[in-house]
Design a binder for this molecule. Structure first.
Ligand SMILES: *[C@@H]1O[C@H](CO)[C@@H](O)[C@H](O)[C@H]1NC(C)=O
Ligand SMILES: *[C@@H]1O[C@H](CO)[C@@H](O)[C@H](O)[C@H]1NC(C)=O
Ligand SMILES: *[C@@H]1O[C@H](CO)[C@@H](O)[C@H](O)[C@H]1NC(C)=O
Ligand SMILES: *[C@@H]1O[C@H](CO)[C@@H](O)[C@H](O)[C@H]1NC(C)=O
Ligand SMILES: *[C@@H]1O[C@H](CO)[C@@H](O)[C@H](O)[C@H]1NC(C)=O
Ligand SMILES: *[C@@H]1O[C@H](CO)[C@@H](O)[C@H](O)[C@H]1NC(C)=O
Ligand SMILES: *[C@@H]1O[C@H](CO)[C@@H](O)[C@H](O)[C@H]1NC(C)=O
Ligand SMILES: *[C@@H]1O[C@H](CO)[C@@H](O)[C@H](O)[C@H]1NC(C)=O
Ligand SMILES: *[C@@H]1O[C@H](CO)[C@@H](O)[C@H](O)[C@H]1NC(C)=O
Ligand SMILES: *[C@@H]1O[C@H](CO)[C@@H](O)[C@H](O)[C@H]1NC(C)=O
Ligand SMILES: *[C@@H]1O[C@H](CO)[C@@H](O)[C@H](O)[C@H]1NC(C)=O
Ligand SMILES: CC(=O)N[C@H]1CO[C@H](CO)[C@@H](O)[C@@H]1O
Length: 716
């Protein structure tokens, strides 16, 4: 038994041994309020339904997007575009600029950092981006979507008042404390989970989750996960107060309260949307999700979907309320405060399902263990996998507000609960769906693509290809179509489009255009031939500061540089070329149509993907594909242990699984106690296990390793 894992498992006992919960703090603000008077449902509905043929946006969304477009965004375009160099008379566009959306894909902390650095490369507030001509695109965005790790950067920007990238990630010495990614998610005080500080941390997290469970709301592994995310991505947590109960650590910050944030009121932020998938109730499989289940979106106003089968939005303020046919199951009583920012981000990043599948497969594929240590590790993990699998503890539990709605088309119309899972579960790792909704009329989609598709964690088009397929089959009537792209991952690789900025959909044939312009800003090896540090593994959950700095700088440099064919130097015209791509749709709205300028025509030859004349990877020489860890001494003891034991698992994965093991045990125990109020008795069969493993057994009748150690006994 590896000592570290054992400590992790033991930590729970210590946490739960402390029975009395003092209530002097506000991490309990994580608990939703359950007995809130519902609005008068006879005059107003919490649900907004539309037909697929006649989609409507929430009026408050339209109001925000329009008024931002007419004010802030107009000046942003005028400040960004270098009209003389572009060869356009920008005034002739008469303010009919394209509507821009930005998509931040999933991929854990790599994705969050990549998206942030890439955004900094197109941010007018960054001097070098501004000088390169790329800085300014960010300010034109009407929408931004995020999924999984991409939802963390989105939520973090929004709830910290839309700061610059360096202020957000490193802190500003004032009210922003940085992401603190050098503090491990799982055990922020270091490998010794028994340390006083780690114990405080687990205690505070569990206290939050328990306060939610106390309201009678089903919790799951996503809840402690959501709380851990909040310590890094929401404000209120600094290095000084990390291990204290002196602030709420992000608890109580609600997605529906985004409109109170100053940057919203000043209209400096795009309209934020988080994407999550669902495992439908009738889907028994534990493997890959298909493309047909509903894809959900969470805006500051609604939880819902524009997928034709649902076409309904639920008032986000009341989203914890279980509705049946639009009526509260609890009469006039509703739930508020369920839409915790951390929980929204945690739901979108609820990838435990995949982790367990992955871990299970990986573990099974390791046949001959020679060390006793690895045997017991595998043994413990497998028991955890079993205990989690059957209980829906690996999903985010959302009360279904759509029960009884759209009964002829909606697959979860009979479900009381929705099992939300990671937004990438259907292989659409880029949160494109909301941006293609016809009613939103987005004309330019900027993709901060850093999906870890190939073995070196570089993207290979898997996400866009799956979205294109979903759009052209299930969503034909309700969504715009994807522009032409290489048709297989192999083609994405051989054309090189995944390794440098590429514009898709440059030459639509219809008016209005049959698809938006898609600008791809992919995670790629440094153009100068340096070793890459930006393709770290998705499950790496600790980044030493130096690592973060190198990653941010490499991404920044690639983002502002474009590429020069057959060379390792930046393209001095890339800034202008990005402007050409972003503004191109405006030409088509003038009467007569403004011809493309010669500058932009030249740019498009280099950066547009033309399916009839595809480019080649060979134009991108000397690119190094293999990740080189810039901070090898920064490895945690746990990772070190695993590498010496030759576990070829994705970095950090085991740490995460161990963490999950801890919390699942406690949560399952807690939930059962809540639900049934029965006593537990240790099963003799497991006594011996526990003894050989040296597990702590206190004076209580139960230990809290995990539920399999107990059997329900009828209450005495
Ligand atoms: C579309 O929906 C809106 C809002 O529900 C409604 O006002 C309008 O009449 C509908 N239009 C059509 C053509 O059905
Ligand atoms: C924004 O401008 C458009 C076009 O000028 C106009 O139709 C619309 O009413 C304006 N919206 C707001 C909220 O000002
Ligand atoms: C506009 O582009 C020209 C030519 O590339 C360049 O010399 C000039 O500095 C640019 N102006 C601004 C404001 O970026
Ligand atoms: C640019 O367009 C505006 C508005 O159409 C027009 O008034 C102006 O004369 C144009 N400028 C040039 C140099 O063509
Ligand atoms: C601009 O980006 C560079 C590279 O990441 C960074 O070093 C610099 O601090 C940034 N400046 C601002 C003002 O954000
Ligand atoms: C932290 O976030 C909350 C909610 O968005 C906000 O009210 C508060 O002002 C923020 N604090 C700082 C220091 O940014
Ligand atoms: C915060 O409260 C929880 C729950 O009572 C407790 O377990 C934890 O130790 C507390 N942290 C500190 C620093 O007191
Ligand atoms: C789901 O699995 C259970 C047990 O394996 C089986 O009894 C049930 O019929 C399955 N349901 C569906 C809809 O496949
Ligand atoms: C949610 O419902 C409340 C009460 O009816 C209402 O005041 C609020 O505007 C609604 N919010 C949205 C986003 O529709
Ligand atoms: C919902 O339940 C009804 C009644 O049991 C059944 O007829 C219907 O097929 C179910 N719908 C779905 C989508 O499962
Ligand atoms: C592309 O990525 C998928 C996973 O997303 C992987 O299975 C496949 O092998 C990759 N193909 C290439 C050519 O990189
Ligand atoms: C400062 C503050 O708002 N403290 C509150 C924290 O939460 C407890 C109850 O959970 C309240 O009593 C405090 O007023």
């Amino acid at each position: 038994m590896p000592p570290t894992l054992l400590w992790l498992l033991l930590a729970f006992n210590a946490v739960f041994a402390q029975e009395t919960l003092p209530s002097q703090d506000n991490v309990t603000d994580y608990a939703p309020a359950t007995n809130v008077e519902c609005p008068d449902l006879s005059t107003s509905s919490l649900l907004r339904e539309w037909s697929p043929q006649n989609q409507t946006l929430h009026p408050a969304e339209t109001a925000y997007v329009d008024s931002r477009f007419n004010t802030t965004i107009q000046s942003a375009w005028n400040e960004w575009l270098n009209s003389s160099a572009l060869g356009y008379n920008v005034s002739a566009f008469q303010g009919m600029f394209p509507k821009v959306g930005i998509a931040a894909p999933g991929g854990g902390l790599r994705a969050a950092q990549y998206a942030l650095a890439c955004m900094s490369g197109i941010d007018a507030r960054n001097a070098s981006s501004k000088a390169a001509g790329t800085g300014g695109l960010l300010q034109t965005a009407s929408y931004m979507t995020g999924l999984s790790g991409g939802s963390w950067v989105l939520g973090s920007l929004v709830f910290n008042n839309w700061p610059t990238a360096p202020d957000l990630v490193y802190g500003n010495g004032g009210n922003l404390s940085g992401w603190k990614l050098d503090l491990p998610f799982v055990s922020p005080d270091g490998d010794d989970v028994f340390s006083e500080n780690n114990q405080y941390f687990y205690g505070s997290i569990l206290w939050s989750v328990i306060s939610k469970a106390n309201q009678g709301i089903d919790t799951s592994i996503t809840d402690p996960w959501a709380r851990m995310i909040s310590y890094h991505f929401l404000n209120q947590t600094s290095r000084d107060n990390f291990f204290t109960n002196s602030t709420a650590h992000g608890a109580g910050q609600l997605w529906s309260e985004i409109p109170n944030i100053p940057a919203w009121q000043e209209k400096t932020m795009p309209f934020p949307i988080v994407v999550a998938d669902v495992r439908p109730a009738n889907d028994n499989s534990t493997g890959q999700l298909g493309l047909s289940p509903t894809v959900y979106e969470i805006t500051p106003f609604e939880f819902g979907s524009f997928d034709p089968q649902l076409s309904t939005g639920m008032n986000l303020t009341y989203v914890g309320t279980h509705l049946n046919n639009g009526k509260s199951e609890n009469g006039s009583s509703c739930v508020t405060g369920f839409d915790q920012a951390g929980f929204v981000m945690g739901s979108s990043a609820s990838l435990f399902n995949q982790i367990f599948d992955f871990a299970n497969n990986e573990l099974q594929s390791f046949g001959g263990y020679d060390s006793q240590d690895s045997n017991s590790l595998v043994y413990v993990l497998q028991r955890q996998l079993r205990s989690v699998r059957t209980r829906d503890d690996d999903v985010a539990n959302w009360p279904n507000p759509f029960q009884g709605i759209k009964s002829s088309t909606y697959e979860d119309t009979n479900s009381t609960w929705l099992s939300l899972i990671d937004g990438s579960s259907n292989l659409e790792n880029v949160p494109y769906g909301p941006l293609f909704v016809k009613a939103r009329n987005v004309e330019v989609i900027v993709t901060l693509e850093n999906s870890a598709d190939d073995p070196n964690n570089w993207p290979n088009g898997t996400g866009p290809l799956n979205t294109a397929l979903r759009l052209s089959t299930l969503l034909r009537a309700t969504h715009q179509q994807f522009p032409p792209i290489p048709q297989t991952p192999d083609d994405w690789v051989s054309t090189g489009v995944r390794q440098r900025a590429t514009f898709f959909g440059c030459d639509p044939t219809q008016s209005p255009p049959e698809y938006p312009m898609v600008i791809l800003l992919p995670n790629a090896p440094p153009i100068n031939g340096d070793n890459p540090v930006t393709n770290s593994a998705t499950f790496t959950l600790t980044y030493p500061l130096l690592f973060t700095q190198l990653l941010m700088d490499q991404v920044h440099s690639n983002t502002i540089s474009g590429f020069t064919p057959n060379a390792n130097t930046p393209d001095p015209n890339f800034g202008l070329c990005l402007q050409c791509a972003a503004v191109d749709r405006a030409r088509l709205k003038t009467n007569p149509v403004t011809p493309r300028s010669s500058m932009c025509t030249q740019c498009f030859k280099q950066y547009c993907y033309d399916p009839n004349n595809p480019p080649s990877e060979s134009e991108l020489p000397n690119r190094k594909l293999i990740f080189v860890d810039p901070t090898p001494l920064g490895l945690s003891k746990l990772t070190g242990f695993l590498s010496t034991n030759k576990f070829k698992l994705v970095g950090g994965l085991i740490g995460l699984v161990a963490f999950i093991a801890i919390f699942c045990g406690g949560l399952i125990w807690w939930k059962r106690r809540q639900d049934r109020r029965l006593e537990y008795e240790e099963v003799n069969e497991y006594h011996d296990d526990a003894d050989t493993m040296g597990l702590w057994r206190g004076q209580k009748q139960y230990s809290d390793l995990h539920a399999e150690q107990y059997e329900l006994q009828p209450g005495r």
